[in-house]
Design a protein around this ligand. Structure first.
Ligand code: GLC
Length: 432
């Protein structure tokens, strides 16, 4: 039986079908180009961080090019940072001056992005930071860039998180009112369990999450909400790791999405060399779907407004694979069957997809599959894969354990694709 996730409040039917999205982390942290947490890591005060605001001039920004790159990579939705923890807003919020319209960019950078991605047929998601290291009412805590400036801490003791929460709610209202239908809202993040002694972390009481979520549901009943405001949500978000299996909450399989980077950083990080090869990223996509989940893969554009060449090449390489293997991804999910070593299964109705992470010599044995497969082919070129069900494979050597095994006869040469996939047409659709 193919497992089913617990139902969601927002609409998730398209989400669990589409499986693959683009995360975009863009903001003025692209100028220092050393991670989106640079303000925190280097303990930069507002006055010093201002230089990035003053020099943000993304003259090459072409959201249509981003949307095309995403579409060609096989991505079906986008989640873009409207504001990150540094408080800088890419959209034209009426509630702050700390926004793109007041930088040399001089315009709302979110609106044309939404239009461009919609035009390519992608669904739209907003990432909005719950944390804000710029807002004057956001209490200074152990994550704040000026946490070690004792005079600053003392002078700022009056900060009132309730006033900040009003601002937060107001901005979420703007985002869900002024940009048409929004498919995903990705709020990030809560840390109420943190305790530095002199300050505590923040969570649902600070954000007033229940009220916030009620407003979200009222403004956009279909929006799919993530789980980082400490009041549940429609889907869970393992970050920078692949879970061991279908993610469960309270014993129930849930809708989930792994979020992953190209190189360990979300924001543009010039000198970072931890680039994952496309093969690994394709495997991570397959791995997610084989466990009933999605993959949200991030690009951190430069401050000129482009995907840097390494990101572009990676997306193009992934697109080569998804173009030929989309049948094994879109609308597919975890299979109840257990794959052989070095492989993953995804399943869509009576079609079982075997993703070979390693290419064995000539024979791939599928335990338990004797008599269950009607036809088998390589997915990249629809060339038949012959099957052997019983007996010996040569010179009468006993093939122990072969009784219920199906053996696929593979070409010696691995097909010239990142991850080869064999499409198996099962004889009877598994019971729902
Ligand atoms: C984290 C980080 C962050 C990134 C996000 C993506 O919580 O704070 O910089 O935006 O995860 O999942």
């Amino acid at each position: 039986m193919i497992p089913q996730p617990a139902p969601t409040v927002g609409r998730s039917d398209w989400f669990v079908h589409d499986r693959f999205g683009l995360f975009i982390h863009w903001g003025i942290y692209a100028l220092p180009a050393r991670h989106e947490w640079v303000k925190n890591r280097e303990k930069i005060a507002d006055a010093d961080y201002q230089r990035y605001f003053d020099h943000f001039d993304p003259d090459l920004y072409d959201p249509a090019a981003w949307a095309r790159a995403a579409r060609n990579a096989g991505m079906r939705y986008v989640v873009v940072t409207t504001k990150h923890h540094d408080g800088f807003c890419l959209f034209d919020s009426q509630l702050t001056d700390y926004k793109a319209t007041n930088t040399p960019a001089r315009r709302d950078l979110i609106r044309p992005l939404v239009e461009a991605f919609r035009a390519e047929g992608l669904k739209i998601g907003f990432y909005h930071s719950l944390i804000d290291w710029h807002h004057p009412e956001f209490p200074v805590d152990g994550l704040h860039p000026q946490r070690d400036d004792l005079a600053f801490r003392e002078a700022q003791r009056h900060r009132d998180v309730r006033k900040y929460a009003e601002y937060l709610h107001g901005q979420v209202r703007e985002l869900l009112t002024n940009y048409g239908k929004i498919d995903i809202l990705w709020l990030d993040f809560s840390y109420s369990s943190r305790d530095w002694g002199w300050s505590k972390g923040k969570g649902k009481d600070d954000w007033q999450s229940e009220r916030l979520v009620a407003m979200v549901r009222q403004l956009q009943p279909e929006v799919l909400l993530n789980n980082r405001a400490e009041v549940g949500g429609d889907f869970v978000t393992p970050e920078q790791y692949q879970p061991r299996g279908w993610v469960h909450v309270d014993g129930q399989p849930v809708v989930w999405e792994a979020c992953q980077t190209l190189n360990g950083s979300w924001g543009y990080d010039r000198d970072n060399l931890d680039w994952k090869p496309p093969t690994l990223l394709v495997r991570m996509l397959v791995d997610s779907v084989s466990k009933g989940g999605n993959l949200l893969l991030n690009v951190g554009p430069t401050a000129r407004g482009e995907f840097d060449p390494r990101a572009q090449q990676t997306l193009a390489a992934i697109g080569e694979w998804t173009r030929l293997h989309g049948r094994a991804i879109y609308g597919a999910t975890a299979s109840p069957l257990t794959p052989p070593p070095d492989c993953r299964y995804t399943q869509r109705g009576n079609r079982l997809y075997l993703h070979a992470f390693a290419w064995p010599f000539r024979h791939l044995h599928l335990p338990g599959m004797a008599g269950r497969v009607e036809y088998a082919q390589l997915l990249n070129d629809a060339s038949e894969i012959r099957m052997v069900e019983t007996g010996t494979l040569g010179h009468g050597t006993p093939d122990s354990g072969a009784a219920d095994s199906l053996t696929l006869v593979l070409p010696v040469q691995k097909p010239d694709v990142t991850v080869p996939v064999i499409e198996l047409f099962l004889k009877a659709a598994p019971q729902a």
